[in-house]
Design a protein around this ligand. Structure first.
Ligand code: 5AD
Ligand code: SF4
Length: 468
């Protein structure tokens, strides 16, 4: 993406922003900051509140009766909000910022219900997120103006939902996390889970068609909290661990996976499921994005590096052979050499079986795009190369550690060479093996004889000595 397109989003439909600033020079400066933060979201300054999409009263507490002045201004805005809603179908969003917001807090909304949002000076950086939440609360249409970048914004996307013996089942959509680099919360909306009964019905139907492995999909799949199935209504909702255990009871389903998870949503039941549900495969995709707490905070990841490592340790205690995979971003705004070294250190500590890594890309409309300290492209390139070299080494070593082992492989399709089939190990590694075509759709033990960075090769374990 070029610098130009970062500054001027394609966010086609322009929105109008009116900011009224009261008081001191500090407030004048803050109003400028808010304007800068909102420009990438498509907001253009307006001189009058009439017809504006977003009105911010940036208030000051110094003068006497400051709060009263704000309330009378809100009284004047009320009919304008209604006019705007009548004319365009979307109401004006009214925000109170500044010292009065700080001092009065939620009281303001009680006394003046016309106010949608109250935001104190400490949280201006969260304005895009808070405004998106107001829109969600009102049920406004989702923002479709973000430029799509396939590699970031689509789920670990299946080309086909059902591919013979493996299938993808969406159980959760949307995201409430608002990582500051990401467009998903704005484009996909709030977190939402399918009821357990619906998921079970779909998985049963897939099993009846011969599917042996299901991958449960969700932007924040481990935030899953679907309505409990009939007979268990008293439970309210079920988490992902419970859902996995339940799906494991469906005849014909031999393997269960899920993706993508967020560290903040990890719970002990899910970790325990790795320990005692053999159908849950020992492979876990848990993105961390960075190893420096300063950068994690700027990314609004809601966890520290140590908390992430603690989860990995718990997972390994539950299932010692679990393969960990992740996502990493290099060159987030403000990332220094030391911050990047913290990412390298975390990667060394985790020792990934596989990991995606990206250069930070400035997505118009996200808070990160407006942050100071954007990192030079050449620096990002150099950091990514170093990180990828380390990750490649780890992936190669993980694959090499399989040589000599016997792994149950689900054969999925013909291989490239005659007489060869391709399948997957429990750890999601591709496995090539000479095997008869009738074995497609079966889980068969394979002795691993070779490993490259991207695949394993092996030979069938003679039937009489097979465990699986
Ligand atoms: N820049 C770089 N990487 C990004 N991702 C999402 N948005 C961005 C961005 N703006 C990456 C994250 C996420 C994965 C799906 O895509 O690592 O986990
Ligand atoms: Fe984007 Fe963060 Fe939500 Fe993942 S958790 S979809 S990276 S905002």
């Amino acid at each position: 993406m070029t610098e130009m397109s970062s500054e001027t989003p394609k966010a086609a439909e322009r929105k109008r922003l009116y900011i009224k600033t009261y008081g001191c020079q500090m407030n004048v400066y803050d109003s400028e900051r808010m304007r800068d933060l909102l420009t990438p979201l498509g907001y253009e300054p307006s001189d009058t509140p009439e017809g504006s999409d977003l009105v911010i009263l940036n208030t000051c507490h110094i003068r006497e009766k400051a709060a009263e002045k704000v309330y009378s201004e809100l009284g004047r805005l009320k009919p304008l909000k209604e006019d705007k809603a009548a004319a365009t179908g979307t109401p004006m969003t009214i925000t109170v910022a500044g010292c009065v917001a700080q001092a009065e807090g939620a009281e303001i909304k009680k006394r003046a219900p016309v106010v949608d949002l109250v935001v104190g000076p400490q949280t201006y950086h969260k304005l895009p997120e808070l405004i998106a939440e107001v829109h969600r609360g009102r049920g406004d249409a989702l923002d479709t103006e973000f430029e799509v970048e396939e590699k970031f914004d689509t789920l670990a996307a299946p080309e086909r939902q059902v591919d013979g013996y493996t299938a993808f089942v969406t159980v959760q959509e949307g995201c409430d996390k608002f990582c500051t680099f990401c467009v998903v919360p704005y484009t996909r909306g709030a977190e939402w889970s399918r009821p357990v009964d619906q998921v079970v019905a779909e998985v049963r139907a897939l099993a009846a068609k011969g599917v042996r492995e299901v991958t449960l999909l969700g932007q924040n799949v481990n935030a899953y909290h679907g309505a409990a199935p009939s007979g268990h209504e008293a439970d309210g909702t079920w988490g992902l661990g419970r859902l996995v255990r339940h799906l494991a009871l469906i005849g014909g389903i031999e393997r269960i996976r899920f993706t993508t998870s967020h560290p903040k949503d990890m719970d002990d039941e899910l970790i325990q499921t790795f320990a005692d549900e053999p159908k849950l495969m020992p492979y876990f995709h848990l993105p961390v994005q960075a190893g420096s707490d300063k950068i994690l905070k700027a990314m609004n990841r809601k966890h520290t590096a140590a908390e992430y490592i603690a989860i990995i340790e718990k997972l390994r205690a539950a299932r010692s052979d679990i393969a960990i995979s992740g996502d990493m971003i290099v060159g987030f705004p403000g990332e220094t050499d030391a911050d990047f070294e913290a990412t390298m250190a975390l990667v060394r500590q985790v020792n990934y079986a596989s990991c995606f890594s990206f250069k930070y890309s400035r997505r118009p409309g996200t808070p990160g795009a407006a942050m100071f300290g954007q990192v030079d492209e050449a620096v990002k390139t150099e950091r990514l190369a170093r990180l990828q070299a380390l990750l490649a080494e780890q992936q190669q070593a993980f694959n090499a550690s399989m040589v000599g082992k016997r792994l149950p492989v689900l054969f999925e399709r013909d291989g490239r060479n005659a007489g060869q089939l391709n399948g997957r190990s429990p750890y999601l590694q591709a496995v090539h093996c000479d095997a008869p075509i009738e074995m497609i759709g079966q889980i068969i033990e394979v002795e691993i004889t070779g490993a490259s960075k991207n695949a394993l090769s092996g030979r069938l374990v003679p039937e009489e000595t097979r465990a699986a």
